[in-house]
Design a protein. Structure first.
Length: 320
């Protein structure tokens, strides 16, 4: 069945996730949805020094928003900030150096940020695909630490600030790869059996979909969404999936095309007319499971994921 799921996902991707899929879908977009002025609104984008994160930050800056770039590399972040300011003329671009795989750093950042800034929109874009099992200094598997726990802590730590804001939103950049994974709470750090970085990443992305659905139920005053950017030509794809990149490079979306739905979810009035907690692709809500794929999980597993992540979260908060 896993062979079936992978094959269906790849064939679906060849049709929908490429540049051609975007060009086809975009014929139905309403340009006015994103032709908006967001001056006075504050946006935080993680992983904003390259790829989809930087493309999103740049488009928000063009529309007058205050943008907080959360990046791991100070050097690359400063280059990205300069580019965004130069191209958009928007001076309200701020840098924060945080490693999203380090939960103690996230807590320290979030507590300081809440005391100094307001926030209307959080965009969880930072992620990684490490193809060998690697542990952080805290003994956490690197993909899980970044993609799942880092996203969880950043979001839950900033929810109190978002609760104070008008039209608050949280957007998480996931992946269509999650369609091949059923939530697995028995091995969150991939310590059992052979390690497959691509499938670990896909599992993390499934976890992000579950997180979004659970947050939407718990926090009614915030609009939560999770999305698939399609297959885009980004530095992350080139470095983490070189074989895939070589095979698909002529069909990949641009960074701006990959970022389009993130931008739409972050700034358009239309996005929040749809229910909170949905999974989006090309400005449309789409199913979170393939037909006949048996990837649905029982509610108790989804609740257990939240419990385990909260335990991790509080442990690192207490030592931050």
């Amino acid at each position: 069945m896993s062979w079936y799921r992978n094959t269906v996902w790849f064939v679906k991707g060849l049709r929908e996730y490429t540049r051609g899929g975007y060009e086809s879908a975009s014929k139905h977009f309403n340009p006015a949805d994103v032709e908006v002025d967001v001056a006075g609104r504050s946006f935080l984008v993680t992983g904003a020094n390259s790829g989809i994160g930087k493309a999103t930050a740049k488009e928000i800056a063009r529309r007058g928003g205050t943008v907080h770039l959360v990046c791991r590399s100070k050097e690359r972040a400063e280059v990205a900030k300069e580019e965004i300011v130069t191209e958009t003329g928007n001076q309200n671009i701020f840098l924060h150096i945080v490693d999203i795989s380090n939960p103690k750093e996230i807590w320290k950042f979030a507590e300081k940020f809440q005391n100094e800034h307001k926030l209307n929109v959080l965009i969880n874009n930072a992620g990684c695909m490490v193809n060998t099992r690697e542990l952080t200094e805290d003994g956490l598997e690197k993909n899980f630490a970044t993609n799942t726990l880092g996203t969880y802590i950043m979001t839950t730590a900033l929810v109190p600030l978002l609760e104070k804001a008008a039209d608050a939103r949280v957007i998480t950049v996931s992946s269509g790869g999650m369609l091949v994974q059923k939530l697995n709470i028995s091995d969150l750090q991939s310590g059992n059996g052979p390690f497959d970085g691509t499938m670990v990443y896909a599992q993390n992305k499934r976890q992000q979909v579950v997180l979004t659905e659970q947050w939407a139920k718990a926090h009614r005053n915030i609009h939560f969404s999770v999305m698939h950017p399609g297959w885009a030509d980004t530095p992350a794809v080139r470095s983490a999936m070189p074989d895939f990149y070589e095979r698909m490079k002529n069909s990949l979306r641009t960074e701006a095309q990959g970022a389009d739905t993130v931008l739409w979810l972050a700034v358009s009035a239309e996005a929040t007319k749809l229910p909170s907690g949905l999974f989006f692709q090309d400005r449309q809500p789409v199913p979170t499971h393939l037909p006949l794929a048996y990837t649905h999980s029982p509610p108790e597993d989804e609740e257990k994921l939240m419990e385990v992540l909260e335990e991790f979260s509080q442990k690192f908060k207490s030592v931050s």
